[in-house]
Design a protein. Sequence first.
Length: 288
Amino acid sequence: MFGSCFADAVSERLKVAGFDVCNNPFGVLYNPLSISTAIRRITEGTPFTADELTYHNGLYHSMMHHGSFSSPDAELCLQQINNQLLAAHEAVKEADVLLLTFGTAWIYEQQGRVVSNCHKMPADIFTRRRLSVEEIVTDWTELLSHPALANKQLIFTVSPVRHLKDGLHENQLSKATLLLAIDQLVQSHPLRNYFPSYEIVMDQLRDYRFYAEDMCHPSRQAVDYVYERFTETYFSEETKQIATECEKLWLLKQHRPLHPNSEAFQKHLLHIQQKEAELQQRYPFLHL
């Protein structure tokens, strides 16, 4: 899974359901070109080096990564980045499905290169502009011809997260650009399709109670609703049944006892171990 923080929210639910998920190995990414750049680097598997880091406000940053990878220690920063890169390189090889969530068509460029994160650096060192439909389609058409992505199902979606800092009108233009580009990318290709998470939130959940306090991000209730629509679209009946069993196991694991050393809680832990072993025996492919 690649893309905005909406991808994070859905990936957590897939993990609970027992799926083997590699989520955002470069951290949260918002625009299509940053996502495609990350995927290219992952398929190449070329490690990052110290000269690709930028030092600002006491931290070393990668302009291709989320701030969660930043560190006051350059070696630690590189270690975190390259560990994730290596894991993602193997994960893409094994993956059956890539779920791609585009958040915005607005990009920031530094010396002609798109950056994934500005890391609160001065605004005047970046150029901000909106991608065109043609730019996105051309870039992704080239990427999707890569042998590493052959025979993989691709699910495109547009994040319902509202980028209000861009302005209401600019946010709408941005989302429209993403929708038009994706529409061109999925046409006449059986392994590419579009899941309407954006439309579900905008048109079916038309109430501010479905947004978090910042009025930009969908609330937990909204994410749950979209995820339910996602399972109805892509899960077989057998998958739904297995996912439900995994979710029940997860709920058992969330129990926090008042008396952890009590006999009752020890029996609870034993029940969890037995249930997990039973599920793993019946479904060896699960990641619990």
